[in-house]
Write a protein that binds this ligand. Structure first.
Ligand code: NAI
Ligand code: MG
Length: 354
């Protein structure tokens, strides 16, 4: 089969890591007998500074006409914070109903976790984050701004429909993995939203009697995740808590260079979007120092999302194999620059036995 991929390299290190990831995808396509047709979309800071607009309606429609989206990162010191991130990434997540954010937290051999006791054997979990609601809907009001009597009201919205999508995806994934699901929330304090999440988990759990489920408060999660990651298989959580604990997860798994993510539309009504967790890293942009592993692992999630499971597993294994050699390779001129690593990953995709 042929898959149409929309490619948005974006800003800073985004285009380089995306190109490296695409090499891995193309090697996988060759090996597993499918075809990938890519369309590059020139979006991000340059486009915005040139045109004054972040994402035109016809561009969005053109992106929609693809099977999946690979995104590098956006963000640029010349553009006020939030304009590109909200105007492009959040806009695409909402427009394409990408209700489920998938964040694997896996420590690959050879990658060092800053947390003592975390090993590849005990660190392999997936955070599933509801991607459109909670406090991030943006609604609210601000009175007496800037003054001593200022009051800000920030609304949080949770619907059973979006919560169901995230929870159901979590149970499906847990069934394919180790059969354990943990709800992470703050039901003792956020009683209304908490009640809704608990109700949805209880309802969906009835359809998955083979999956065990339990509950951990979001604050307690900040201790358990680094100290005992092996206790978790699939963690489902709301938008705010998911943002925070998946960054904690990125640290536990060895940093932004290896943290992959997906914004997934579980209904297939529009393309899902696959992107590393990191941003455009202006501090190292253009230097060739960016680790493309996070982007390549996101591309592996993309292949899984397209139904190419063998290709996905092989691309992940290729990235893991290259990561395992990295400490020996690291350093200027030692073949650890972004595009060289991309070539190595692609070579490994062609040859590795999985
Ligand atoms: P960042 O993730 O771009 O960088 C944080 C630190 O990690 C930097 O020191 C950077 O050099 C390092 N780093 C990031 N990715 C790396 C990689 N692949 N290999 C090696 N080192 C890596 O976050 P920061 O600096 O807070 O944000 C920079 C810009 O990116 C901002 O405009 C921000 O709004 C935007 N951003 C965009 C995101 C996206 O496109 N999804 C996500 C996060 C931030
Ligand atoms: Mg975040």
């Amino acid at each position: 089969s042929t898959y149409k991929l929309a490619v948005i390299g974006g800003d800073g290190i985004g285009p380089d890591v995306t190109q490296a990831a695409l090499e891995g995808v193309e090697a996988a396509a060759l090996r597993f007998g499918f075809t990938v047709q890519t369309t590059d979309f020139d979006l991000g800071a340059e486009h915005y500074l040139r045109t004054g607009s972040v994402l035109e309606a016809d561009t969005s429609a053109a992106i929609k006409d693809h099977d999946a989206i690979l995104l590098g990162a956006v963000g640029d010191p010349r553009v006020a914070p939030g304009i590109l991130e909200r105007g492009l990434i959040v806009a695409l997540r909402v427009a394409f109903s990408q209700a489920v954010n998938i964040r694997p937290v896996r420590l690959y051999p050879g990658v060092e976790s800053p947390v003592r006791g975390v090993t590849p054997e005990n660190c392999d979990l997936v955070v599933i984050r509801e991607n459109t609601e909670s406090l991030y809907t943006g609604g609210g009001s601000h009175f007496h701004a800037g003054g001593p009597n200022a009051v800000a009201i920030q609304n949080s919205v949770s619907t059973a429909a979006a919560t169901f999508d995230a929870v159901e995806f979590g149970f499906q994934l847990a069934r394919l993995r180790r059969g354990r699901l943990t709800l992470c929330h703050k039901t003792n304090i956020l009683v209304h939203a908490g009640r809704l999440w608990e109700d949805v988990v209880t309802r969906v759990a009835e359809e998955y009697p083979d999956v065990e489920h339990d509950y951990v408060h979001a604050d307690a999660m900040c201790q358990h995740l680094p100290l005992d990651p092996g206790r978790f298989d699939v963690v489902v959580t709301d938008n705010l808590f998911g943002d925070i604990i998946s960054d904690l997860g990125a640290t536990v798994q060895g940093g932004l260079g290896v943290a992959a993510g997906a914004n997934y539309n579980p209904k297939g009504s529009a393309p899902s979007m696959f992107e590393p967790v990191h941003g455009s890293a202006p501090d190292i942009a253009g230097k060739g120092w960016a680790n493309p592993a996070a982007a390549a692992l996101s591309a592996a999630l993309c292949l899984a999302g397209l139904g190419e499971r063998a290709a996905a597993v092989t691309l992940e294994a290729a990235v893991a194999s290259v990561l395992a050699e990295l400490p020996a390779l690291a350093g200027p001129g030692m073949g650890s620059d972004t595009l060289t690593l991309g070539h190595r990953i692609a070579e490994r995709v062609s040859s590795i036995e999985v």
